[in-house]
Design a protein around this ligand. Sequence first.
Ligand code: SF4
Ligand code: SF4
Length: 487
Amino acid sequence: MSENSVESVEKVKVRLAIYDRASSLRKDGNRPFIHPADVSGRFTTLRRVVFYVLIAVWAALPWIRIQGRPAVFLDVEARRFFLFGGSFDATSFWLVWFLLTGVLFSLLLTTTTLGRVWCGYACPQTVFLEGVFRRIERLFEGNRNERIARDQAPMSWSKALRRTGKHATYIVSALFVSHVFVAYFVSIPSLMQMMTRSPAEHPYAFVWCFAVGAILYGNFAWFREQLCLIVCPYGRLQSVLLDDDSAVIGYDEKRGEPRGKGKAKPGETRGDCVDCNRCVVVCPTGIDIRNGLQVDCVACAQCIDACDDVMDRLHKPRGLVRYDSLRGLRGEAKRFWRPRVFFYGIAGVVLVGTAGFFLTTRNDVEARILRLRGMPYVVEETTIRNAFEVHLVNDGDRARTFEVEATLQGVEGTVTTGDGDDAVETFEVPPWTDRRLTVVVRAARDSFRTGGVVHVDVAVGRETRELQAPVLGPARTSRAQTPPGDG
Ligand code: SF4
Ligand code: SF4
């Protein structure tokens, strides 16, 4: 067996050993608490900017009002959602479906082209863990070495005080996050009111705030990377979403190997990796990127910044660990356009575009006419009765006056609206509510011919809607015939 093949077998053995267990488990099955080392660099700076912009937008959204409505308000109690000026109820769910599936395909497209950029830069787990909770830990407990030493040290006054301060700040931060979260469902004015009153007056909101705060505290204080490694379904999907052309964070094995510490012996060939382990100790999921692309890598780019820093000190070119495709890391030609990029791209554009079109052309006022359930018509002594329901929706933030006028065309008889005997009705519909109005047609039985219609004109301010429905009955009736729905 050649020296090279012996080396390859050894590498495969190492990799199999790695995949034998989760990266965050020790051989004995225990979980080592990961303390990533501090790192600085261009990607770390970029991520911090993205984190704080996202946190600011998220905390500000419940306060912002668009056209008098909250920018984002999921009013579960009234089953109505407000999204950037639009309001939706259960009947608009089809629109939200277009929007959500469009966003899903956009995320698939992003993953296929840019890899797990969502995980590294925008996932709430990463944003709050790296942007808030790890910063708090750093403040109270110091750098990686200090934290590890304190973990192993016996309890002391200094350790107890630091731990108490850290966990108290965690709890306050988790409760702040849970209150903003609940504000998306109850609105900021209601939340403010609740905070000044007894929890007994709003038990559900109180329990939600408490439960979400407790889950966040447990997650960010203890569970941390385990959420990405064993809970998150998106992370598990990476093996099917990524291909050899997706941008991933990878180690340039051709350039880095054979790795080695210290000076090379005479005649020994060395790659650029000096085996300093910096890329490993900064990793928040505890993996070694030099073992290849792993499902546990959340693409945080900390190992890129760490290795670039090492390369700068050694006066070697950056990029031993870098963003590249697997094909690029192997030194092969890269491709951007692949069938899946076309498919996800077209699906995302069509779905988001459809949702956008209907959202922008949607009107605050809707009017529909439907035949009442049951018999399509009823043959009476001298008339044929058809009953309809006009459904009027006011999706605006102010009350509107609806004027409804019903007339008959191609049929002799009378038409009435509502409870009265008139064919005209005027009434006010409060904001974000609807009203149903009955329209009854009594067609003269003797002269009835099919083909007649009832017209309903709905006027709201300057807008008008023209509705129409056929008046049904037997094609030709006489008193001797047995009517289909007599009574
Ligand atoms: S930081 Fe760079 S040089 Fe150091 S071990 Fe990692 S890959 Fe090798
Ligand atoms: S391997 Fe690198 S990019 Fe992946 S999680 Fe670890 S530090 Fe982040």
